[in-house]
Design a protein around this ligand. Structure first.
Ligand SMILES: [Ca+2]
Ligand SMILES: [Ca+2]
Ligand SMILES: [Ca+2]
Length: 386
């Protein structure tokens, strides 16, 4: 009896649909679960992309900070041990300048004499300073015994002091603050004539070719008068060059040393990488050209073309510093992620100084997505560029 009743109840329950689920119910449940899972997955992957982007950004910023610190130290030391009161900062090339800015010129690949004077590419720069461990104690000051109105005039000093052939020397006029750097290729004591007893410092070819590279400096218009200071430069000085290597992907900041007038032709044993993933380096420099105690910078592009900063706007011309020293150098570095983010398509290299920005799709048309970037700007006061 019990068995009969139980079977009857189960049959009745099935008939009323009070137990189990139908196929339609099951499909609806699966569909809802799929929609929820997709939403969750989308949310998680979006969070992951944000996280990855933030990681790229912070890596780029760390890279920039350490790179900039290194460059600041090099620029602050520029001129140390040169014995020159005003080592040169300019757009052209001169071996052993304390600090030389090559605007829109890649020293890795371009002879500085062929550098354009205006443009929109990464800048390069060179610094020269004595090796700190070797010290600058070898600077020996002598006085010019007769005026030199041109570089081909004889260079005479009353004593030769500790000078030796092939020493590098600087010639500095305290009156005009003019300064040039030369190599004394030979020393000879004169035995006849009015200048008998004086020492003649040859400054032409010789000394394993280095004289050829050095001894053709741009001569100041007023020349050097009698009494101008002749200093022996610390022997460990060597010019160090910095440029963005764009021949690799991603671009990187590299450095190498040579005193050759064309650093691109002499990279010695190659170059060293200062930092990976550096897309742009821009250098602007300033002096108090009007001597009012303030370095002025224009607010508008038009004003920037006539202010006391050089290379801070497209189409700029350098201020006439005269006897006023270059007292500020502004470095801008742009770091770029090593790989583009496929989910990000609005990337641009930001504008910096005289270089306009550019969309990734213009600069790198074949990439999928665009890059993450970080920018750092810092102004450095060179200590020995007086
Ligand atoms: Ca520039
Ligand atoms: Ca001023
Ligand atoms: Ca300017």
């Amino acid at each position: 009896m019990m068995t009969t009743t139980s079977k009857h109840d189960r049959a009745r329950a099935r008939t009323r649909g009070e137990q189990g689920v139908t196929l339609v119910e099951l499909m609806v449940a699966i569909l809802l679960a799929a929609i929820l899972s997709a939403g969750l997955f989308y949310f998680m992957s979006a969070q992951s992309a944000v996280y990855q982007g933030q990681m790229k950004q912070s890596r780029a910023q760390l890279n920039l900070a350490t790179t900039l610190e290194f460059l600041q130290r090099e620029i602050r030391h520029a001129g140390y041990g040169l014995g020159c009161a005003q080592p040169v900062v300019k757009a052209g090339a001169q071996p052993l300048s304390a600090l030389t800015v090559y605007n829109n010129c890649n020293l890795l690949t371009t002879n500085p004499s062929a550098c354009p004077t205006a443009g929109d590419k990464a800048d390069s720069f060179s610094v020269t300073h004595a090796d700190v461990t070797a010290g600058a104690s070898t600077v020996t000051a002598l006085a010019l015994a007769q005026a030199m109105s041109s570089p081909t005039d004889e260079l005479l000093v009353a004593q030769k002091g500790s000078l030796q052939a092939c020493d590098r020397i600087s010639l500095w006029s305290p009156d005009s603050n003019a300064c040039v750097l030369l190599v004394a290729t030979a020393l000879t004591q004169l035995t006849t004539g009015a200048q008998s007893g004086k020492w003649k410092l040859d400054h032409g070819a010789g000394c394993s070719g280095s004289g050829d590279a050095y001894n053709n400096p741009a001569w100041p218009s007023g020349g050097f008068g009698t009494g101008a200071i002749v200093s022996r430069i610390a022997p460990s000085t060597v010019a160090r060059h910095f440029a963005v290597d764009t021949s690799v992907t991603p671009p990187r900041l590299v450095t190498w040393t040579t005193n050759n007038a064309n650093p691109s032709a002499d990279r010695g044993s190659g170059f060293e990488v200062v930092a990976d993933d550096i897309e742009d380096m821009q250098i602007a420099w300033a002096c108090d050209a009007n001597g009012d105690g303030v370095i002025s910078e224009g607010a508008s592009d038009t004003d920037k073309r006539s202010d006391e900063w050089a290379a801070n706007v497209a189409g700029d011309s350098a201020p006439s510093c005269g006897i006023h020293p270059v007292s500020s150098v502004r470095v801008t570095l742009v770091a770029r992620s090593a790989s583009p983010d496929p989910q990000f398509n609005g990337g641009r290299r930001p504008a910096a100084e005289d270089r306009p920005g550019a969309a990734d799709k213009t600069a790198y048309p074949n990439i999928v997505g665009t890059y993450t970037r970080a920018v750092i700007v810092s102004t450095v006061q060179p200590r020995n560029v007086r």
